[in-house]
Design a protein around this ligand. Structure first.
Ligand SMILES: Cc1cc2nc3c(=O)[nH]c(=O)nc-3n(C[C@H](O)[C@H](O)[C@H](O)COP(=O)(O)OP(=O)(O)OC[C@H]3O[C@@H](n4cnc5c(N)ncnc54)[C@H](O)[C@@H]3O)c2cc1C
Length: 391
């Protein structure tokens, strides 16, 4: 039952669900809009149940081998003098560059997965027996099920559930990640420079040649095309382009030259249901918690594992599997969407807020908060089941 499954998006959620579906005996096809895997992004955390998923996929040793070695965050003034340091080493099980994780997941999907790069779903028509899918480039095809793993601005969600404005909750900030000149910043630290409502930073892992630039700014909602990278670059330039303090201009120059420049609103996705008929959603498409949660990779890995596992143990019956998947995964999503004061700590609104943050970073209080968060995480909401394929 329901053997042919189309997955939209070849990133963390899409590749993980493809791996597990193929392993359980389904026939997954992955369609990715980009011409190849998207390697951009900074470090992402693999923690808690996500470690178990990666272990069961056999990639955890490779993830550990490729891990970054960042020690923590430091805040600097305009003269690049360190005003506060916050050691976060050990806060996550493993931090890995997003592009490295995507490459490992792709390798782990093996030969049982068909890929359509450089294409996108144009239309979905469901009936009792399956879904007729039209593409921008490939000819129309029939699938039994369609899974949207195509990120916060999911195309599958738009086609099957309606406009994204119903589901996105904007959190008052925009952010950009891109390549940076590796000579900037301090080795093994994330260096951040703040002005009221703005942050520019550089992420430098000691065992990676490439440094990464961060830009975050506070703003009301902006109107722009989510797919137009040149427009994204212009928006970031408007905010940071005339600012000659610290190393902002050097960071900006590297970022603007990066073709995989990544810009988005800091938003979350909240949906009452992650499925409609034969279409299901996973990862950011279903329940983005935002980069401020530090949990995007974890939610994508664990959600994808559960979705594929539920389909396998229900012999492909999507009505049973989609309901079980949502029931088993929603507690973790709910917990990770409580992002607390993370953004306010990284981007204080005022000079006073920055001063308080820098003072607090020297005190044990923030370290204690990190340790408490770790302790809470040990009480994982539910054990991660081992699924047995019934197909
Ligand atoms: C280039 C890039 C850099 C990122 N950098 C960071 C980072 O530094 N820190 C962080 O916390 N998070 C980052 N993220 C987001 C992070 O990957 C996700 O929050 C999280 O890992 C969940 O992953 P996901 O697979 O659900 O979604 P995403 O990682 O967003 O992947 C969605 C995938 O779907 C593809 N896609 C989009 N539209 C279509 C379409 N119409 N048809 C087919 N495919 C489509 C995209 O190209 C992408 O490959 C980045 C995402 C991308 C794509």
């Amino acid at each position: 039952m329901n053997q042919r499954i189309l997955i939209s998006g070849a990133s963390i959620a899409g590749l993980t669900v493809a791996h597990w579906l193929a392993r359980y005996g389904f026939r997954p096809t992955v369609v990715e809009r980009a011409p190849g895997l998207r390697a951009g992004g900074n470090g992402v955390d693999v923690r808690d149940h996500a470690v178990a998923v990666a272990e069961r996929m056999g990639i955890m040793p490779s993830i550990r081998a490729a891990a970054t070695d960042v020690q923590g965050m430091k805040f600097v003034d305009a003269a690049d003098r360190t005003v506060a340091r916050l050691d976060t080493a050990g806060a996550s099980e493993v931090e890995i560059m997003r592009g490295d994780l995507v490459a490992l997941l792709h390798r782990a999907t093996g030969a049982g997965v068909e890929y359509l790069f450089g294409d996108s779903i144009r239309g979905l028509a469901q009936d009792d027996d399956g879904v007729t899918v039209t593409f921008d480039h490939a000819g129309s095809r029939r699938f039994d099920l369609v899974i949207g793993a195509d990120g916060m601005h999911s195309n599958v969600r738009r086609l099957a559930f309606g406009p994204e404005s119903q589901f996105l909750r904007y959190k008052d900030h925009y952010f950009a990640f891109a390549n940076a000149d590796a000579a900037l910043g301090e080795n093994r630290w994330v260096t951040m420079y703040n002005q009221p409502g703005k942050m520019a930073g550089v992420y430098r892992s000691g065992n990676h040649a490439q440094a990464k630039a961060y830009f975050i700014f506070r703003s009301g909602p902006l109107r722009y095309d989510v797919r137009d990278v040149e427009q994204h670059k212009r928006l970031v330039s408007q905010v940071f382009g005339r600012d000659i303090s610290w190393q902002i201009q050097e960071l900006l120059a590297g970022a603007l030259a990066d073709p995989d420049f990544y810009f988005d609103a800091l938003s979350q996705v909240h949906m009452p249901s992650w499925s409609t008929g034969r279409v299901g959603l996973v990862g950011d498409a279903a329940a983005c918690a935002s980069p401020a949660s530090g949990a995007g990779a974890e939610l994508a890995l664990v959600g994808a594992y559960r979705l594929a596992g539920e389909l396998a143990s229900a012999s492909g019956d999507h009505r049973v599997a989609f309901a079980q998947y949502q029931e088993s995964h929603r507690d973790l999503v709910h917990k990770k969407q409580q992002i607390g004061p993370n953004v306010r700590l990284m981007v204080p609104k005022t000079h006073g807020g920055r001063w308080i943050r820098d003072g607090a970073a020297w005190l044990p209080i923030l370290r204690a908060m990190t340790a408490a968060e770790r302790l809470l995480r040990v009480k994982a909401p539910r054990a991660l089941p081992e699924y047995v394929s019934a197909i």
